[in-house]
Design a protein around this ligand. Sequence first.
Ligand code: PRX
Length: 654
Amino acid sequence: MTEATVQYAPPPELARHAHVSGRAAYDQLVARAETDPEGYWGGLARELISWQTPFTQVLDSSQAPFFKWFADGTLNVSYNCLDRNVERGLGAKTALVFEADDGQVTRVSYQELLERTCRIANGLRSLGVKKGDRVVIYISMSIDGVAAMQACARIGAIHSVVFGGFSAQALRDRIADTGASIVITADQQVRGGKQLPLKAIVDEAIGLGGCESVRNVLVARRTGGAVPFQAPRDLWLAELTEGQPSKCEPEWVEAEHPLFLLYTSGSTGKPKGVQHSTGGYLLQAAVTTKWTFDLKDDDVFWCTADIGWVTGHSYIAYGPLALGATEIVFEGVPTYPDAGRFWKMVQDHKVSIFYTAPTAIRSLIKAAEANEAVHPARYDLSSLRILGSVGEPINPAAWEWYHQHVGGGRCPIVDTFWQTETGGHMITPLPGATTLVPGSCTLPFPGIAAAIVDETGNDVPHGHGGILVVKRPWPGMIRTIWGDPERFVKSYYPPELKGFYLAGDGAIRDAQTGYFTITGRIDDVLNVSGHRMGTMEIESALVAKTDLVAEAAVVGRPDDTTGEAVCAFVVLKRPRPHGEEAKQIAKELRDWVAKEIGPIAKPKDIRFGDNLPKTRSGKIMRRLLRSIAKGEAITQDTSTLENPAILEQLAQSN
Ligand code: PRX
């Protein structure tokens, strides 16, 4: 960072009233958390969460890295998010403002959400679902989606939400890995004016085999479109819940009881079931929602993520509700009916806190530049006070546009760095305390011991890039990988890192300010439009097309809109295709990947070669493929390459 770097101090009025008010207040929290982490987190856990049985121990490190937080305390997440708010007099307050794809708005009060949740919870119990059973939720953004998550939490069932854009194969893998007894879905989903299947995909997934654990499929009616129905396995959600009582005694669970599993991509082919806890997770979601967004009682909060991703868990399903907030739940897409949709919704609902992904911002910048009618300047965005960014690095140009044109130059932008595994924000500005620098996620959330180290776990000086780690456990951290504790240890606590959590990202700290900038993944994970994908996962999908593909290697390359784009290098079991034939096979492979994983994983570029660049020992040299994908000249050392001529062929095969 040079002296010329633009910096934005917290707006004084906002800072004065903020939960964390001023840099000194932030520094004090950091110091307190450092000298007495257990006192700090324990205090917050008592302040923000209602416990059925109070905990007596904050952190149990005896089986590190399987850390336990608040282990002898009991609680219920749904009680904390719903009943408690009703008991505080917020029963009539709007919890959810649901806006459908077609613009229709439904408001749900805390009392109504509680009753709806209880009916689903009772319905699940009537089907024999008990504490610890797994429930897969495959549904689009909806009131039922949020209520279904809360209902699972209410009875101690462990939910695993699968993003509605995932294919039957991906859904099958997740159902099979969790051993779920129930799948909750909808007849169809509606996005951008189109009706898309959900229930039919569930049937296809179950039909693939390995899902014998599933006893019932509960179907919410969204479009009323005709769907296959298999009695007695399939039940309409409305019919199941209609006759159920609107009260349901919460299952009080231990703080370490798993709240949910969420699958995410790692460096190997198989997605990992990240297991989150009840007490520590809820604390992380609640305290970060409160401080990072400076959430107040009269705010209207809108996180545009989908409940199929962790952002939709922590900042739609749990954090805002734990604090009694009013939030928007949006079914549609930012570009329908036009690219002014987000801005119109901010205007219509007087949204005060808006949290979205850089990829959305970048595509809306393009749209606004092409069509003045959808420029944010055409809308009244004066209700906004805080903006957020999540999921991938936000480039300074997009940051400045967001700040100026959406935030009117007056709203701080919180660039929140975190991961599915971390449960909540890890490195982020606090709007009333942190001076902002576009492109930097600034400083750790108080209590998060983020640091940058070398391969042996030693600190690297500021100004030097290194590996991002977290030196101390934190309440919202991943507890294990479902069914694979060894992989948990191997992935996140490798022995050479001295017991620090390995995030999988590279980072650098500014020499003067100590601010963090994330430099990107250091493993084989890509980030396309804020969606995390493993290159190995896409490679496995490609080579699964056994009639056509002999070998495949996948790398990322920078992309102006999506951040990164997927590039596949493919060797076919037939001679290398050219011209029209190559185009046609590339299309076939893209459709295949969409079917195996989901449309989000489709390679943007597919290049065919007679071979792949390999070392003499047969290892694919991905760094060379990355250069080719970027269109760069190869400057790296290629002396270990067995077949150098292949580079020229692949470079020209685009
Ligand atoms: O590479 C980092 C990037 O997204 C990864 C986590 O992806 P996922 O588990 O899907 O969670 C996304 C939503 C929290 C990280 O390892 N990432 C996330 N937020 C940022 C980011 N990179 C830079 N800046 C961010 N604010």
